[in-house]
Design a protein around this ligand. Sequence first.
Ligand code: FAD
Length: 738
Amino acid sequence: MKKAYLLMVITALVVGFFFFDLDRLLTLEGLKQGPAQLEAWRTDQPMVIGGAFLLLYVLVTALSLPGAAVMTLAAGALFGLLWGTIIVSFASTVGATLAFLISRYLLHDTVQKRFGDRLKPINEGIKKDGAFYLFTLRLVPVFPFFLINLLMGLTPIRALTFFWVSQVGMLAGTLVYVNAGTQLAQLDSLSGILSPSLLLSFALLGVFPLLAKKLLAVIKARRVYAGYQKPSHFDRNLIVIGAGAGGLVTAYIAAAVKAKVTLIEAHKMGGDCLNYGCVPSKALIKSAKLAHQMRQADHYGLEATSPHFSFRKVMARVHEVIRQVEPHDSIERYEGLGVEVIQGYARLVDPWTVEIKRNDGSVQQLTSRSIVLATGARPFIPPLPGIKEVGYVTSDTLWDEFAKLDEAPKRLVVLGGGPIGCELAQSFARLGSQVTQVEMAPRILIREDEEVSEFAKASLQGDGVAVLTNHKALRCEKQGGTKRLIMEYEGVEKIIEFDTLLCAVGRVARLQGYGLEELGIETNRTIVTNDYLETLYPNIYAAGDVAGPYQFTHTAAHQAWYAAVNALFSQFKRFKVDYRIIPWTTFIDPEVAQVGLNEQEAKKKGIAFEVTRYGLEDLDRAITDGAAHGFVKVLTEPGKDRILGVTIVGKHGGDLMAEFVLAMKHGLGLSKILGTIHAYPIWAEANKYAAGEWKRAHAPERVLIWLEKYHQWRRGNAKTSPADGPATKHSDASDRLG
Ligand SMILES: Cc1cc2nc3c(=O)[nH]c(=O)nc-3n(C[C@H](O)[C@H](O)[C@H](O)COP(=O)(O)OP(=O)(O)OC[C@H]3O[C@@H](n4cnc5c(N)ncnc54)[C@H](O)[C@@H]3O)c2cc1C
C-alpha cells in the first residue's frame, strides 16, 4: 500500500511537471531567457537562492526529470565555478541516491524475484566490482544518468557505495558543465560542451580503476608461484590425476585437441562409478527388481512366485556387468585415443611437477604446464564408538565382501537416508535382507521436496524396509555374538540388533596425501576452486567429486570439459562452469528424478513460481504396465511457460527427465513440449500431459467466452440451449492431443 502511495505521488509530480510545461524552462533557450532579475535576487539573498536551487536540483534528479544538464549550466551562470560545482555536486548525488532508493524500494524485490536466476551473474559481478562499474559509468556520460540511478537500484550494490562513488565519479563532468555555464552567453548547444577528446579522456579515466584492479588480481595470482622455480620447458601439456569420470573425460578432451596428456590412476581405471558406484549399484537394482516382479507376478495375471536364487550368483552378475563396462574406461581404449596412462600414485611436488610412485615400485617425475586433480571422494565413516569393533561395509567394500556370501545379510542396517542408502536399502530388502534404514534427519532424500521424501519412504516401506527417521546413531556394541546399534529417538535410547552394518552417510572428497597440504592449496569439504575450476594456483584445476558441489558422474564429466579447455586454452579464453541445469536421479523404484529448482529450493531462494502437476495414475502406458503411481511436477515462471525445474516420481523417471533437460537447456517452454508429437503409448507422454495441464490452467478464458458466442451465432442460436452441453469444458481427449 505504501508503495502505491509513493508511486502515486511521483506520478502526480512528473505529470504536473510536463503539464505546466516546466520542461521548456529547463532547456538551453529557456535558461537564456530566464527571469532577468534572478541575478539580482542571488546577489541580495545568496543563501536562500542557493538553497532553493539545491532543493530544486535534488527534486529534478530524484524524479528522473529531464533538465539536470541545463540546471548544471545554470549553476555555473548563477553561482560561478566554485559554488556552482559544490552545489551541483552535492545536489546531484543526493538526488541520484534518492532516485536509486525509490527504484530499489519500488522495484528491486519484484525484479529479483522474477528474474533472480537470470540476474545471478549480474548480481555477483555487481557485488564484486559494482563500485568500479559505477565509477566508469559516472565518468563516461554515455548512458543517461537517470537510467544508471534506476538500474543500479535493482542491483545489490550498497546505497552508501552508490552515494560516494557517484559523488566522486560525477565530479569531473560537473566541473566541465558548471564551467561552461559560466560562459552561458557564448553557448549554442549542449552537445558542444563535451568534445570528443574530453569524452575519450573521461573514458580512459573511467576504466583505469577497473583495469588497475584486474592487473592487481593478475599480480596476486602470480605471487603464489613465488619461491618455486618454473621449468623452462614442460614434459606434458596436461597431467590428470585420477581416472574416474572426471579424469577420464578431461584426458579424452585433451587428447582430442592433440595436447600431450598423461593420466595417472593409483587404483582401478573408471574410478568409483565403474567399480563401486553407478555400475554395480544399477546391476544390483536390476536383479532386485526382477525378484520383486516375480513376487508381484499375480498383478499381471501370472502366478506369483517366491524367487529361488543364489545371492552369490547375483553378486557374480554384478561383477560380470563391471567387467562388460570396463573396456569403456580401459587403459587400452585411452591409449588408443592418444592418452598416456600411468598406473601409480601421484603427488604434487610443486605447481608444475608431479611425482608418480608406479605400481611396479619405480618413481618418476613429470612436469606439466597444467594439472587437473580429479581424485574423487570416498565413503565417510561416522565416528561412532564401537563401529570398528562391530565392523561395517561401505560402497567401496560391499561388492567384494558380499560376493563371498551365499545369502544376502540377514539383518542389515543401512546408515543414511540419502540416494545411495535408499537405493541399497531397497535392493537388499528385495533380495531377502531384513533392512532397517537409520536417518537422523526428519526425512529421507532431504534434498527433495517433502512429498517426494514421503513417496520414497512409502515405496521403501512397501518393500519391507523399516525406515527410521529422526533416529540418531549413537554407538555400536557387541554383546556375546550379537551386534547392536544404539540410537537416540526423541531423547530416548533405542536399540536394534543386526548382522551387517552398511555405512552410507555421505562421501568425502579425497584431500590428503598427494601434496595439497604442502602446496597450501585451500580446501574445505572439497578443494576450493573459482568459477573456472582453478585452485589457488591458476595452472592447477580440480574437477569431479573432489571439487564439488555435486557428486555425480555426469557433473564430473561436465566439469571435465571446463577443466580441460581452461587448462589448455585459458590464455585465449576461460569458461565459467555452468551449473544452471543439473539433472539427477535416485534409482529407487519408482525412480525420483530432478532438474533445476524444486519447491523447497525455489522458496528458499525467494524465486516466484507456479506448480503444474500431472498424476501418472492417468497415463495409459503406466496403467498397462501396472505402475500407475507417481507424478510429474513442473515449476514455471508465474504466467509464463518457462520451466524453472521439474520433479518426476515414477517408473523411468530418470529417462523421462531427458526431455525437460533439453527443453530447459535450450529455452523451450511447456508449449513447445505440448506441440511435440509423442508416440502413443509411451511413458514420455506424461511430459506432454503435464504441459497440457499447464495450458489448461492458462487458457485465455475471455477469448473462450467470445469464441463460445461466435459458435453460438454460427449455429444461428441466440442463446445456448441445455442440449448444447458445457461448451467451454475441454474434453480429456482434446487435451491429450494438445
Ligand atoms: C553406490 C554409489 C552409487 C552411485 N550412483 C550414481 C549414479 O547412479 N549416477 C551418478 O551420476 N553418480 C553416482 N554415483 C556417484 C559417482 O560414482 C561419482 O560422482 C563419480 O564416480 C565421481 O567421479 P570422479 O572422477 O570425481 O571421482 P572417482 O570416480 O572417485 O575417481 C577418482 C579416482 O582418482 C584416483 N586417485 C585418487 N587419488 C589419487 C592419486 N593421488 N594418484 C592417482 N590416482 C588417484 C582414485 O583411485 C579414483 O579412481 C554413485 C556413487 C556410489 C558410491
